[in-house]
Design a protein around this ligand. Structure first.
Ligand SMILES: [Zn+2]
Length: 132
């Protein structure tokens, strides 16, 4: 198993468990109603600790992307080149990678669909995206 597996905490556990069910859940602030990513114990917008988990069924859009020819570490060299992205779920920005999408189709604002990757790390489901 190459690379480093995700570190799951009590705070992030619902996110990872949802990926195992082919679902994306994000925290939502009950005070200002914004979606939040990454999982945390308070809202980064209004500092409320009144957060709930909500399933997001809508397709996110591509906020930004970059093609990386060099891996961030030699342990990821088998993945290069890789398309690094930020998926925008109504203001919640989820960093990830784009798969199964030719580079000439990549456009800022394009719809994305989640891809649930169970192959990269045994015992973990990673959230990647492809063109939606
Ligand atoms: Zn808030």
């Amino acid at each position: 198993m190459p690379g480093l597996p995700p570190k799951i905490t009590d705070t992030s556990r619902p996110f990872w468990e949802a990926l195992d069910r082919d679902e994306v859940v994000l925290q939502q602030c009950s005070t200002c109603h914004r979606l939040i990513f990454y999982p945390r114990i308070h809202c980064p917008h209004c500092y409320s600790q009144n957060l709930t988990w909500t399933r997001v069924a809508e397709q996110p859009v591509l906020l930004t992307w970059a093609k990386s020819e060099m891996p961030v570490s030699p342990i990821y060299s088998h993945l290069a080149p890789i398309t690094l992205i930020v998926a925008d779920y109504a203001g919640a920005h989820v960093p990830s990678t784009l798969i199964d999408t030719p580079q000439d189709r990549v456009k800022i604002g394009m719809r994305l669909e989640p891809a649930f990757d169970r192959d990269s790390y045994e015992g973990f489901t990673l959230l990647r995206f492809r063109a939606g």
